[in-house]
Design a protein around this ligand. Structure first.
Ligand code: 5AD
Ligand code: SF4
Length: 464
């Protein structure tokens, strides 16, 4: 027997449930998954699981997965292949490893995952995370567990409340899910199927969570939702609130100095939300507002329910409310039926808007969505060429935006130590990392600096 192993596993310490257990969580996909992973880790902490960054030490391995494009979904299976070897190795050392798949692949594929990857012990969809501790207990007793129904109970009510110490270890910025799911049914998208229909968390629940974040030292909160600007709820006065009203209330939470929200749909940008961009200095001047394409024919086929012109006019109104606002977006190239002329319309729209930041993807047919069944799929090499052209243009715009910050004086929220001694790193109102002299302040401070030059995607500064 290898003596390293003998030292790891002293004979005097028989495996018992009292032994501290470790969980390794790997997160794929969007920010909501990042938030969910934290909530799952918190729920497991109550069960005696402490988080680890070393997968080989983990008694529980949890993959929080993304189904948005085929590539994202396939990554899970290659990771499960590696985990199978790991589980076997740990097994040889007499250690149990529970393997769980959570997130949108879990929701979309259910028990099919266990058929394809028998290493998996438990599959749990995004609407049932509050049942995770119980599911883990069952899996440890040898059961294969699949939890993918849309639970009627409110998972947020049943998940343990955020604990101060846990929040503190995460830093001065935090995500807060306020809305989940989607009723828009864009024809390319799996989200309405994986995350279910649109639901908003109640005001009181959101405020309580924001309060906790503020108490734990969080300065900047990003409200999350697949359709975050469709959020609505009943305000304390009994009236119907939209996201704009909620933002106005959230700035009153002690400690919280900055607010952001993502991701929005153009159809749900109402007047109150646009007014918040004018009247609420704590609301950062940055808006992620995906348009996906610039051709009306393609927008219609995508079921976006707005035209390119609707989008452009909306941005005009937003910029009239706050000229400082930086735009960000998502684009899909090569949707079925997209011609060169359609793609040119996307390029024109991008030129017209001028984005500070953007994400662009090749269309990926997703099983069960209407787009996958449409005729005239675009050849892969055509998608490649269009993506390259679009990304070159967006890259130029991003660089131009960065350059336009040089010489400006701005407030930066200090987030972490820098890579070089003497430096700290903060975040600009427009989301770029800013390198700051460490004498300027401490983590959690908002300091005023002047931008001196640009880095690759970051900004350098001097104190003012
Ligand atoms: N193929 C390619 N990109 C997609 N997105 C969503 N579904 C698909 C798909 N089937 C992109 C959209 C969305 C972002 C989160 O992912 O641009 O806004
Ligand atoms: Fe991926 Fe969308 Fe699910 Fe987020 S909601 S994890 S982006 S499929």
């Amino acid at each position: 027997m290898n003596d390293t192993i003998a030292r790891d596993e002293p004979a005097a310490a028989p495996a018992s449930s009292a032994q501290p257990k470790k969980v390794f969580v790997k997160t794929y996909g969007c920010q909501m998954n990042v938030y969910d992973s934290q909530r799952m880790a918190d729920a497991l902490a109550a069960e005696g699981y402490s988080p680890t960054d070393a997968i080989e030490d983990a008694d529980l391995v949890l993959l929080n997965t993304c189904h948005i494009r085929e590539k994202a979904a396939e990554k899970v299976y290659s990771e499960l292949g590696r985990i199978r070897k790991l589980k076997a190795e740990r097994g040889e050392r007499g250690r149990e490893t529970i393997v769980g798949v959570a997130g949108c692949v879990a929701q979309a594929e259910g028990d099919e995952i266990i058929r394809r990857a028998p290493v998996v012990d438990l599959v749990i969809g995004p609407q049932t995370y509050h049942r995770l501790p119980q599911a883990v207990r069952k899996a440890r007793a040898g059961e294969k567990v699949v939890e993918t129904d849309y639970a009627i109970e409110d998972k947020f009510e049943r998940l343990p409340a955020l604990r101060k110490a846990e929040v503190r270890s995460r830093g001065v910025t935090a995500f807060l899910t306020v809305q989940e799911g989607c009723d828009k049914f864009c024809t390319f998208c799996v989200v309405p199927y994986t995350r279910g229909s649109e639901t908003s968390r109640p005001v009181a629940q959101i405020l309580a969570e924001a309060q906790r974040l503020g108490e734990a030292g969080v300065r900047e909160v990003t409200l999350l939702g697949q359709n975050v600007n469709a959020w609505h709820g009943e305000g304390p006065d009994g009236s119907e609130w939209g996201l704009g009203q909620l933002l106005f209330r959230l700035v009153e939470v002690p400690g919280i100095a900055r607010l952001r929200y993502t991701t929005s749909h153009p159809r749900d940008m109402d007047d109150a939300l646009i007014a918040a961009h004018r009247d609420l200095p704590a609301l950062m001047p940055y808006l992620h507002l995906p348009v996906q394409a610039g051709s009306d024919r393609i927008l219609k086929a995508m079921n976006r329910r707005h035209t390119a012109d609707d989008y452009l006019r909306l941005i005009e109104r937003i910029r009239a409310a706050n000229p400082d606002i930086a735009m960000s977006g998502d684009f899909i190239v090569g949707f079925p039926g997209e011609t060169d002329a359609d793609f040119e319309a996307t390029m024109r729209l991008v030129r017209e808007v001028g984005y500070a930041q953007a994400f662009s993807f090749k269309y990926s047919p997703r099983p069960g969505t209407p787009g996958a069944e449409m005729p005239l799929h675009v050849a892969e090499h055509v998608k490649d060429g269009r993506l390259q052209a679009l990304q070159a243009l967006l890259g130029e715009q991003q660089a131009a935006f960065l350059k336009s910050r040089v010489g400006l004086t701005m407030d930066v929220l200090i987030e972490k130590p820098g890579r070089q001694p003497g430096q700290i790193v903060g975040r600009s109102p427009w989301l770029q990392p800013v390198i700051v002299d460490e004498k300027a302040g401490e983590i959690g401070d908002i300091v005023r600096v002047r931008i001196t030059k640009t880095g690759h995607a970051s900004l350098f500064s001097e104190p003012v």
